[in-house]
Design a binder for this molecule. Sequence first.
Ligand code: TYD
Ligand code: MG
Length: 499
Amino acid sequence: MAKTTLSFVCQNCGAAYSRWQGKCEACGEWNTLAEEDTTGATSAPVSLRSKRKGRTFQLESLTGKSIDAPRLSSGMTELDRVTGGGFVRGSVLLVGGDPGIGKSTLLTQATSMMARAGHRAVYISGEEAVAQVRLRAERLGLADAPVQLAAETSVEDIISTLSEGTVPRLIVIDSIQTMWTDTVESAPGTVTQVRASAQKLIRFAKKSGAAIILVGHVTKDGQIAGPRVVEHMVDAVLSFEGEGSQQFRILRAVKNRFGPTDEIGVFEMTGLGLREVTNPSELFLSERDLGSPGTAVFAGIEGTRPVLVEIQALVAPTSLGTPRRAVVGWDPSRLSMVLAVLEAHCGVKLSGHDVYLNVAGGLRINEPAADLAAAAALVSSLVNAPLPPDAVYFGEISLSGAVRPVAQTSARLKEAVKLGFGRVVLPERARGEAGGEAGLSLNTVGGLTSLVADIAARGTPRARHDTTRQDDDGGDQGRRGPRPAEKNATPARFRRQDG
Ligand code: TYD
Ligand code: MG
């Protein structure tokens, strides 16, 4: 008699428990446990299955006949960049993203390009009817591409259909949460189903050599819903991000067995689908607010490509007991560190101010090289002094207040020159590497203190909300706009006098 094992599986992280409980101890989520049959079994009795003798198989050597064209270009440069040069045969990719961000659009475009290039490309939608997918393709002007289309959700049916004829080069499954296999009894969308379906599709990909793209939805906290377990099974995880209100979309590799994970692909959502953005700096800087305080241009590197992006800061007196620190697009702990260094070494007192930091264009920066640009934007906002509009900034700030050199100085400078910037503020020790970039004036800084003094000399502290307080330099705190140049502009001027 087959023994069915019922257990309670967290729909968020896949942890299994023998009893129901309100909170998953593995991921800390509440009310995510659902009853599932986790034997993963067919109807065959356990005793029979476990006694099956293992089949012997052929072991291969490292040399030998290699598969032709190991990588297959998608026809979209930005997508290829993120995958590391195209789809690898027999690999499985998971593309995650918020609903409505454009995953189906991106993959419809990719399959159409592949089909037009003469490959067998299949698009299986478990969410939309064939007519809806056709409608989208029509809108994208791709209706004539020989893509093979189906609206199916049964993994077994899909695999038997695709096993016939020539092996497809690309199969898109939109989305993995809608797939189900009859080897497990749980409902579609549950962790067990998603895992089992993904397993089957992955096995099919490895065996047939077809590249499979699984689409996965993301929950509000940024996790790929339910099938977080799938992340470990696939070869690559790409995340498609962007603000719904903005046109930019960024494709980022979160995991990649066959390529780098620091590359990004930039797209723009238009009425005719996704347009590739080959020069993202132009896009991120296109709506710059020239001449307003609190913005600095950061010369960053995303993967192999330099990207210039605006960092915006707002430092304003707080009305709260604990001032707010809000950051979008950058690491909050790096912001805390930069603020601490500004306070400890440069006399910039920010404990009475709310601090907001934003990376324009929806980009997310992970590089420590952004420290210097962030610090410049913060100080610029605090003293109400715009930074020179033709300057870019990069450099890592150490806890001692020193500005340390970062990698790829010359690539950053080249991009700055290309986009018409005339000035670079960079770490002193990077000067050697910066050497011969024509048309750029190099402004090297050894420590954060000198940068702060420099910016401070250009501006005046923001008006205080509490005008009864005495400023230590003579009560001109209400004045805005650049003050006359002062020789001994020490950062100490910004210290709050609270007592
Ligand atoms: P979609 O690819 O369906 O998103 P997902 O599969 O990630 O849920 O894209 C949906 C959004 O994209 C929708 O709000 C409309 C917009 N869109 C355009 O702006 N232009 C287009 O050409 C297409 C096809 C969609
Ligand atoms: Mg979709």
